[in-house]
Ligand binder design. Structure first.
Ligand code: ASP
Length: 338
């Protein structure tokens, strides 16, 4: 039994969505939005990231400040082989980072294939705030980061390098349905992104998504996480969505945008995530059997929902009542996870 399964077994998990309240018209901040706000994020490490975001929210920060803070925690404080400075590299041994940030007014920024710069989420925020653009990639993103005071530094950890050396013995790119973390060297950790969504006390929404992408990817490959509408989408009038899993599927389906649009049509966050998963399956039924795709959404009333292709996806929820809740998402395929 892998670490995640054990972990899941130990936690008191509840399946499906968190039903809170709904039903107001969609223009101004909802007075029934959770008191003090709410933060949600992907995977078990989302608990720690949520708490970092929550600290910012209760100190008076905006939803945008909160998600940046939460993503920064995941990028550094937890040495995670799928996010930030401890990420696994691509098949050439190069660590490249992707991140995006968005607020509910449509302001957004992203970086992709960023090398040797810590905290891609903060670089993404600077792209949003200090440039006329939405996304910077590769060398240009790095030059921009340095011009904004970020230090160029080698990030690849000895553990990640060792894992890459072990991977090279087989050199097969084979995404696992669910990553089995903390099993270096030669581990199978090749995905798990932090996607975080927050609503603040004023009913404003924001989201952040940060990742080292699929481990052992081709050099230059960019996944969904830095692509607005694929890995992240936020609209104050409706809600927000984020994703984790094999990013090519999210890009094909403009999936986070799709989830938000489904909520706009009246679906609950969980129903919207479920329908988006169904679309992934309809587009590539065979491929869907062997890869993981997970969606997490929150609407402007603070209702939360998630759905995954394969069981094993968990998401963390943090608000004034509980700061360490972890929930298991429903999935189309059961019993197929790692
Ligand atoms: N979505 C990320 C990517 O495709 C990886 C993940 O979430 O596991 O780069």
């Amino acid at each position: 039994m892998n670490d995640r399964r054990k972990f899941l077994g130990q936690m008191a998990l509840s399946a499906g969505a968190l039903a809170v309240s709904s039903g107001l018209d969609a223009k101004s901040p909802d007075p029934r939005a959770p008191e003090g706000g709410r933060v949600v994020s992907t995977w078990d490490f989302g608990v720690g990231a949520n708490q970092a975001a929550w600290a910012r929210l209760i100190a008076g920060g905006s939803a945008l400040d909160a998600v940046e803070q939460g993503a920064r925690w995941a990028e550094t404080d937890l040495c995670n082989p799928t996010v930030g400075r401890c990420g696994n590299p691509d098949r050439d041994g190069v660590l490249t980072l992707d991140a995006s940030i968005m607020d509910g007014d449509g302001r957004c920024g992203a970086v992709a294939a960023l090398e040797d710069i810590d905290h891609p989420i903060s670089v993404a925020r600077r792209v949003m705030e200090d440039t006329p653009h939405v996304m910077l990639v590769g060398e240009g993103a790095q030059q921009f980061a340095v011009s904004k005071g970020f230090r160029k530094q080698r990030l690849l950890t000895p553990e990640a390098e060792q894992a890459w050396q072990a991977w090279r013995e087989r050199a097969e790119y084979q995404p696992q349905i669910n990553a089995e973390r903390r099993q270096r060297p030669g581990d199978k950790d090749n995905h798990d992104t932090l996607g975080m969504l927050a609503i603040d006390r004023h009913g404003r929404l924001a989201g952040a998504c940060t990742t080292s992408g699929m481990a052992w990817k081709m050099h230059g490959r960019v996944g969904d996480s830095p692509i607005i509408g694929a890995g992240l989408y936020v609209d104050n009038e409706v809600g927000a969505a984020t994703a984790s899993g094999v990013g090519e599927e999210m890009i094909r389906n403009a999936a986070s945008f799709l989830v938000v649009e489904l909520m706009r049509q009246g679906r609950t966050p969980m129903d919207a995530c479920h329908e988006a998963i169904e679309r992934v399956v309809r587009k590539r039924p065979e491929a869907s059997k062997s890869l993981q795709v997970c969606f997490l959404a929150i609407n402007r009333h603070g209702e939360v929902g998630a759905f995954a292709l394969h069981e094993g996806f968990v998401y963390a929820v943090c608000d004034a009542t509980k700061q360490d809740a972890l929930h298991a998402s429903d999935a189309i395929y059961a019993g197929s996870g790692a």
